[in-house]
Design a protein around this ligand. Sequence first.
Ligand code: GTP
Ligand code: MN
Ligand code: MN
Length: 388
Amino acid sequence: MEPSSGATVTTVKGYACQRRTPLQHHNTLLTDALLVLAENAEFCENEGRSVAFRRAGSVLKALPQAVRKMEDLQGLPCLGGHSQRVIKEILEDGKSREVEMMLQSKQYQAMKALTSIFGVGVKTAERWFREGLQRHTDVVNSGYKLNHTQQAGVQYYDDLNTPVTKAEADAIGQIVEEAVQAVLPGAEITLTGGFRRDKLTGHDVDFLITHPEEGKEEGLMPKVVSWLEARGLLLYQKTNTNSYLESTDGPARPSHNMDRFERCFSIFRLERPHARPEQHPQATCEEQPQDDDSARERRASQSPGWKAVRVDLVVTPVSQFAFALLGWTGSQLFERDLRRWAGQEKHMSLSSHALYDSKQNRYLRASSEEEIFAHLGLEFIPPAERNA
Ligand code: GTP
Ligand code: MN
Ligand code: MN
């Protein structure tokens, strides 16, 4: 029975991969504040601190109700002193002075703006800020030499910082499907990343590509890229055949865990859907349908006729597909905790390619995500509840 005056005691497990975290939750005021602190720590290159704030926020996302008083936090994991202080302030005053000041600070604002340029990481943004740059337009005007990726980043800045909708993701999916079928009939594409977690918008669209017959997928990426380029559908692409990304896998990953998929970071040129005639049945050629100011402004401020959309493509052998799917669905914190759980609790090593059991000295096979959760001794969490 629930105590009538005391705190609502909720138990929350310590690893994000042990919890169900829906997209919608009850503590956005608190989690938004903690996210600012996490971002700021990232801007200061303090990853440990950043992850600590993200973990605290993630625990609050998993709560079945809004936190109303500090006693509601009793027994919850991952809430450090600093996070608790900020939560307390917000519960009492509706906002945190520290977070408000951070949001107002020149440095935070500049770092946020500069790192939102595709191809610009914290180190570059930091240097540019010290040299007096604050916005992406300052970068354009600085005359600094930009690499290929950063050039695309500033050129398509507005589009790339406009959230991608599910409808746009589906439209990209149709194009990728057509490209893949044209170069390797029978190959299969799967939408992954945030959209697989049922997010309504994303910063990009992520796809896995595989073929039911092992080995058939080899060398597929360059062909897909050529097909797309020949049709003018790519504004930018960078293909890695043997990639290892420190940012997500961490510098200490053992070599057998390296991410070696063929992958392509790209920017698609997505045609905007034309005004639908069926919505204006009386409109003729002379008589343009009336539109409101905001629609006109929107069109004027955007590149005409098309939108630049970030797309990640990953080719995987079918034997590794389940691991790749689990590894690319996210969220990032969910993935981080899956690997931590595997290592610390199970003496196993999980990557987007495989699961290695150090006690048995062997790889554990899996052809579905469910099997991987079972190997790890975890209850299966469906993608929509991995929004940690
Ligand atoms: P939005 O794109 O912002 O909507 O969120 P998202 O969750 O889709 O993020 P993102 O596209 O950045 O990444 C999707 C998932 O792929 C995340 O869980 C990442 O951890 C994972 N991921 C991203 N890059 C890599 C990589 O280089 N290697 C591996 N193995 N996983 C990656
Ligand atoms: Mn994504
Ligand atoms: Mn991505």
